[in-house]
Design a binder for this molecule. Sequence first.
Ligand SMILES: *Cc1c(COP(=O)(O)O)cnc(C)c1O
Length: 385
Amino acid sequence: MKSWIEISSSRLAENFRAVQAVTGNEVEVLPVIKADAYGHGAMVCAPVLVEAGAKWLGVDDVAEGAAIREASPHSGTRLLVMCGMELADAPAMVAHGLTPVVWTQEHVAAMERAAQASGHPIKVHLEIETGMGRQGVAPGEDLTRTLERLASSQWVRCEGIMTHLCCSESAGAEITETQRERFAAALDQAITAGLHPEFIHLGNTSAVDEGGTMAWIRDTAKSLGARAMVRTGFAIYGHCLEIEGTHVHAGVLAPKLSPVLCWKTRVIGVREVAAGATVGYGATFVAAQTMRLALLPVGYADGFRRAASSGIGNGWVMIAGRRAPVVGRVSMNLTVVDISGIEDVHEGMDVVLLGEGVTAEDHARWSGTIAYDILCGIRANFEAR
Ligand SMILES: *Cc1c(COP(=O)(O)O)cnc(C)c1O
């Protein structure tokens, strides 16, 4: 095995409980396991989260939802399909007991036909567009029509109404205020149209961590006789973005989390080179003195980004608890690291690519991206710890 991922089930469960503790028990926490649980393995993580008390899980599409359902057909866990619905997906949503996020009248009609064909009514969640500009029905004529359609449907029940914040990591962002106002107006309109949603949800990891919107969501849900819900992914895996903005303050959630994933490989070769030796494509690295180098069987094809190369992001890995800097360019399937300062490194020795001493945030900095992108991009096998 070239490289593998170890998941700490206990940390995963603790992170879920930490989110629940911060939101309070009156808020439903939906752990998001889309994108194969942000690279952590949805099949590994889903049972752990359910065991820890999660009643809902958020998946990307029908295929992800169906796979989770098939692995545990009798669990009763609710699966929210969050990232898009194609009309042709409707029968599969029904067949696998998935709950789609819908936002067009065509979505509602497709779900109606599928539910009627199965003989059982189906629950859906309606997304309102308030500023993200991706999914969601826009307030106005479209919303009015969609609400009417849902209110009069015999086969489709609107169980939840949601929106998604675009700047939740910015403390006191004006746009968040605007999004809340638009969402509140849409909720009022939904109630007037005769809908009785059980769940009202907005808020991801940063919204819980930043905290400014939590009282609002609790109060708003309560005033409508509904349960508040948050959809947290990143936090479940032990990460938060830094909070930005004019009134920056420490997050309430971030200090309570620990990273769940460790990505490892093994040394497949050790060599000594003399001063003047070149390493890697472009011969960008020239040894200034005698050096000892270790060869690792991972590269950018495995998600170890090329930006970690020396002279670009200047990344490192951890060997025997010490930093071994990347030497030269990261190749497609191979990377060379400097082990001159580390004694007794030998072939077959474990190497930490991401974990203790080298975080997803470090990788993100080298590559000019966010840790979400790094975690989802890892291509390795899973090994439960
Ligand atoms: C991915 C996603 C989330 C989770 O976001 P995190 O920042 O990982 O907590 C929540 N809601 C929606 C709609 C999403 O697409």
